[in-house]
Design a protein around this ligand. Sequence first.
Ligand code: MG
Length: 274
Amino acid sequence: MDKLIISVALTGSWTTREQTPYVPLTPDEIAEQAVAAWRAGAAIAHIHVRDANGIITCDPTRYAEVREHIRAAGCDLILNFSTGGGAGRTTEDDRLAPVTLRPEIASFDAGSTNFGEGVFINSPTFLRRLARLMQEHGVKPEIECFDAGMVTNALRLADEGLLARPLYVQFVLGVRGAAPATVPQLVHLVGMLPPGTPWSLCAIGREQLPMNLAAIVMGGHARTGLEDNLYYTRGYLAAGNAHLVARLARLARELGRPPASPAEARASLGLSAA
Ligand code: MG
């Protein structure tokens, strides 16, 4: 099997300092944890940014600042900018803005779902706009699929020529309102993909690590980080993103899937050099 591409989801839209003192919020903090996660074995950093009050924003200047800090550290991590925004706090236009910075990858949430007590809306019209914008700017979409319907949506957009094949899919399992984080669910979702589609998995909360291991043995890739889970183990907070990445990298090596470098991940996903 290929080397394991570890993505680290550093911040997310919602995690607060009250929940954990370790979540990075400013561009400096996000970049610092990205570099530490890279040293620990991550190849891709999935980035959300916050405003001066720690609230989710899609402000391209803050994304650009994170990228500058990461590159200034001599770090060649693949950067994946979120287009997810925050339900009720960001408009569709806001969410498109980070794509214009031409990150190597941007997230593409392939449908709508309940999300905790909110609703995460990604209408077909919005998805077509987002897909076209990514094509115009040469950005590779990471197709986030929260359930089987989103896989169908993505395959339909590929049939329309709006998403290039092979897709690069990130299954997001265990969100309250979407598909559960179970092995049978993952097997079903992977079975929907055309053969040879690279995929990765992230799972929320306590399911993060066991489902990461399921993805490793099934030949997928894996995402960890504080966006999805705050705890190293029951009752003990992870002391930053690198803490989670280091464990995943160690276990992956023991399972025969050593972590891919960013260069190896670029080759595997068909990205051109940074
Ligand atoms: Mg995200």
